[in-house]
Design a binder for this molecule. Structure first.
Ligand code: CAA
Length: 244
């Protein structure tokens, strides 16, 4: 925590920040207990990779100690496992709250759950060595950590199908071109680039930023007429707060 800025660091660089159920419940707990003053949340990974995705021990019969494995889950009631997935997704969903802007600082590999964690954030600032890969379909799985909707919204359906169903790698140039990344910088400049974006984001009025994000998030689901009405409602509340 640093005033209005919270930074979450995946800190298992020796295992390329592979994620487990414990990672996802820790993320959910951070979301639940985020202090009200926080306006910007930065998600980053220590070491050469942002995150190599799910901990591959989940696919072994032994699993991750204390957290089971997919083979034990396969034997359990389907509804139980769906519930576990919902809990894991809770670690990602809060990053879209209107009260905050979330930024993923992504270097190296962002594979599977790592790609989806980057997609869970509002903005992605990436190093020039970034490689995004939605590996799940190659492993017989689907991306289920909330990544499919933001991916389609960012790059369009055709490109999302291409990226996911080939499980190919998207490098920095393409990420920038198709709207996956807001900015590409040299690896050594990533922290500075994120700091600059945080400063810009903190330069606007807090309540106006929250209301504007809420409007932007609702825009796709509304008609132009409905969106105009929503703008009017938000603006009336702003004017009342500022001059009332
Ligand atoms: N799970 C567990 N351990 C992992 C890991 C993972 N996903 N990724 C890397 N590691 C470990 C390696 O086993 C290795 O450990 P040791 O030093 O003990 O041998 C260490 O991290 C370093 O890995 P590499 O030597 O392979 O590092 P690299 O820089 O040469 O390669 C990499 C990095 C390309 C990411 C490579 O490690 C890799 O391909 N990892 C697996 C990626 C993967 O398939 N992830 C699953 C995605 S699907 C998903 O996430 C599913 C879902 O949400 C449902």
């Amino acid at each position: 925590m640093d005033g209005e800025i919270a930074t979450i660091t995946l800190a298992r660089p020796d295992k390329r920040n592979a994620q487990t159920f414990a990672t996802w419940s820790a993320l959910a707990r951070i979301g639940e207990s985020l202090p009200e003053q926080v306006r910007v949340v930065v998600v980053k990974g220590e070491g050469p990779s942002f995150s190599a995705g799910i901990d591959l021990r989940m696919f072994t019969p032994e699993g991750v100690p204390g957290q089971g494995s997919f083979s034990s889950a396969a034997r359990s009631d389907g509804a139980d496992f769906e519930q576990r997935i919902r809990q894991a997704q809770a670690g990602f969903l809060w990053l879209r709250r209107p009260e905050i802007v979330s930024i993923a600082a992504v270097q190296g590999h962002a594979i599977g759950a790592g790609f989806q964690l980057a997609l869970a954030c509002d903005l992605r600032i990436v190093a020039d060595d970034v490689s995004f890969c939605m590996k799940e379909p190659a492993l017989g799985l689907v991306p289920d950590l909330t990544g499919t909707k933001p991916l389609v919204e960012l790059v369009g359906l055709a490109k999302a199908i291409d990226i996911c169903l080939t499980a190919r790698t998207v490098h920095a140039d393409e990420a920038m071109r198709i709207g996956l990344a807001e900015r590409v910088v040299a690896g050594g400049d990533l922290d500075q680039a994120v700091r600059e974006k945080v400063t810009q984001l903190l330069s606007t009025n807090r309540d106006a930023a929250v209301a504007t994000k809420r409007l932007l998030q609702g825009a796709r689901a509304r008609t132009l007429e409905e969106q105009s009405v929503a703008e009017g409602i938000e603006q009336a509340a702003r004017i009342k707060a500022l001059f009332g």
